[in-house]
Design a protein around this ligand. Structure first.
Ligand code: SAM
Length: 281
């Protein structure tokens, strides 16, 4: 069976009386070259533990299984479970798991993560993976191109924001490929991109105060048009908000001019600022 073929998808829909759920981001891939490119980007070794988010009708799942992964595919739509179980009946290396990925307990062991993501929860999926005590060794995700552009953008760019900083702080990110809407069934309205995320070892992450870093970044970007000194007035420390004097002291210690805007600050500067806030807290 070729789960990426339009004909197979239509047949499976008919036989199982299945209608695609737009609300779950069900746009299935139909181009084997793109599917193989995505699977290859994860650099799977034989028997390696891989989790796939949202297998749908199994197009990417089959490429990953054929590449030798010990594959666990997490699908929230219970109507797809019997279809997937039927497709992968003969595969010893594929386990289908019915779960919402945002509620799933990932194991405390090495694994890789991949998915043609449901676009309505792209950011929570990425942030959740990065904030785990043990992040995946490597991740390959397809997402809306506009979100990929934000993740990759440097300081000073119009689309540089909290997501860019939070991801670049934890990972090296490579652009794998752009994907046209034409290779999906049904066609989405937007273009997509595939990115590979390589989380850095804990020892190479700049500030160690991860929770505080996240608060500082989100407060700094909450009002993009304000100066960083003003935006940080909403920063909630464990004992409440900070005085203007405390904010100026921390910015000074981190070598950051208080009249700058968050969108001009590098990941290193956010890290230095986090450390300065930690010192005064
Ligand atoms: N991997 C398939 C492909 O490339 O053809 C399907 C990708 S489709 C864009 C996204 C898939 O994620 C759908 O099968 C959808 O049901 C599933 N999904 C949506 N929300 C989910 C969630 N919270 N947890 C797990 N899977 C989810």
């Amino acid at each position: 069976m070729k789960p990426h073929s339009l004909r197979t998808i239509r047949d499976l829909c008919n036989v199982h009386d299945f209608t695609l759920a737009k609300s779950l981001g069900q746009n299935f891939l139909t181009d084997i070259h793109i599917i193989e490119k995505i699977a290859d980007a994860l650099l799977i070794t034989e028997g390696e533990l891989v989790y796939e988010i949202g297998p749908g009708m199994g197009a990417l799942t089959m490429a990953l299984a054929d590449a030798g992964a010990n594959l666990k595919a997490i699908e929230v739509d219970r109507r797809l479970i019997p279809i997937l179980e039927q497709i992968f009946y003969d595969y010893d290396n594929v386990e289908i798991i019915e779960s919402d990925v945002l509620k799933f307990q990932f194991p405390d062991e090495d694994y890789k993560l991949i998915g043609n993501l449901p676009y309505y929860i792209t950011t929570p999926i990425i942030m959740d993976a990065l904030e785990r005590p043990r992040p995946p060794k490597s991740m390959v995700f397809m997402m809306q191109k506009e979100v990929a552009d934000r993740i990759l953008s440097p300081p000073g760019s119009k689309v540089y924001g909290a997501l860019s900083v939070m991801v670049q702080y934890r990972c090296d990110v490579d652009h794998v490929t752009d994907v046209s809407p034409d290779v999906f069934f049904p066609k989405p309205k937007v273009s997509s991109s595939v990115l590979r995320f390589n989380p850095r070892p804990e020892s190479e992450v700049i500030t160690k105060h991860r929770a505080l870093f996240s608060k500082v970044v989100h407060a700094a970007f909450a009002q993009r048009r304000k100066t960083v000194a003003n935006s940080l007035k909403t920063l909630q420390m464990s004992d409440g908000t900070l005085s203007s004097e405390q904010i100026r002291t921390a910015l000074h210690a981190a070598g950051i001019d208080p009249i700058r805007r968050a969108e001009t600050m590098s990941v290193e500067e956010f890290s230095a600022l986090t450390d300065a806030f930690f010192e005064i807290s």
